[in-house]
Design a protein around this ligand. Structure first.
Ligand code: FAD
Length: 254
């Protein structure tokens, strides 16, 4: 029920705060933005993740915001952007989606056509994104937008932050064959975002996006959490039966 859910959420939040205070979580995030600011030590970080995972202890909230946007802002964001967005993101108070792919721009991402123009104190954005994971429930989107139409294609892109509640955003879930809808189309029709909600300078969006993608690749390699998923799958295969025998004895399943 709701009460149990909220007390469980409170306990997780309290545990995370204690783990940050002890230097276990958010190790590479400065204290001023809510992290534990530990000296860089990849081995120690990995041991902590594996032990937390083995104990089923809460870690940092998973998601595009913590894994990809926060490190990007720490590397390339303005001071006010770090102060406004990093803390709430690592505490799980706000979530993000990634507006990169477009119907005609997947592998050739730099050909993207969603357009951004300055009007007064705002960017006005028009275009369409696709495959946007989690867009239906995200609070914000980091988005690649063509702002310098006369520049060469990689040099004409800017990295903008957009509030998903802004008028003109239409999120349409894409239904998968499994029945779930993790991906979405996002239509942007005269969407306004403040002029300074840009990470890096105008036309530097490709550079900033490469910072984000570097962290996406790192997160894909996160073996600690993947290992517990694999173990859960093996347990499932041992308990489920196919034709009266444990599924794990089926060569196809193995
Ligand atoms: C699980 C998942 C989550 C995703 N989440 C997001 C998200 O949150 N936000 C977001 O922006 N995007 C997201 N994407 C989209 C993903 O980044 C795109 O699928 C990717 O950019 C590829 O684009 P595409 O699907 O249009 O494929 P295409 O670019 O059309 O490629 C199709 C095939 O053609 C091949 N190909 C393409 N060009 C060439 C070439 N010149 N020569 C030879 N072969 C070629 C490719 O290798 C591929 O096999 C997600 C994708 C997946 C699978």
């Amino acid at each position: 029920d709701d009460n149990r859910d909220s007390s469980q959420a409170d306990r997780i939040q309290h545990f995370r705060e204690s783990a940050i205070a002890e230097g276990y979580l958010c190790r590479n995030i400065p204290k001023q933005y809510g992290g534990s600011e530990q000296p860089a030590d990849a081995l120690r970080g990995q041991v902590i993740r594996e032990e937390f995972d083995a104990a089923h202890a809460p870690m940092e909230p998973r998601g595009i915001g913590t894994m990809m946007l926060v490190p990007t802002l720490l590397d390339r964001g303005e001071e006010w952007q770090k102060e406004k967005f990093v803390g709430p993101t690592i505490r799980g108070e706000i979530t993000w989606c990634q507006g990169y792919s477009e119907p005609g721009s997947g592998s050739d991402l730099a050909s993207l056509m969603t357009k951004g123009e300055i009007d007064g104190d705002d960017w006005v954005i028009n275009g369409q994104k696709i495959w946007t994971s989690g867009a239906k429930h995200a609070n914000y989107m980091f988005c690649l937008v063509r702002t310098e139409p006369d520049a060469k294609k990689h040099a004409g892109i800017s990295y903008l932050l957009i509030d998903m509640k802004s008028p003109g955003i239409d999120v349409r879930p894409l239904r998968q064959m499994t029945g779930s809808s993790e991906f979405n189309e996002v239509f942007l029709n005269d969407v306004r975002t403040p002029k300074d909600w840009i990470v890096g300078k105008r036309g530097e969006g490709w550079l900033v996006s490469r910072t984000t993608l570097k962290h996406e690749r790192n997160s894909i390699g996160g073996a600690a959490q993947t290992l517990s998923l694999l173990n859960a799958l093996v347990d499932l295969a041992k308990t489920r039966k196919i034709d009266g025998r444990p599924a794990i004895e089926d060569p196809g399943i193995r």
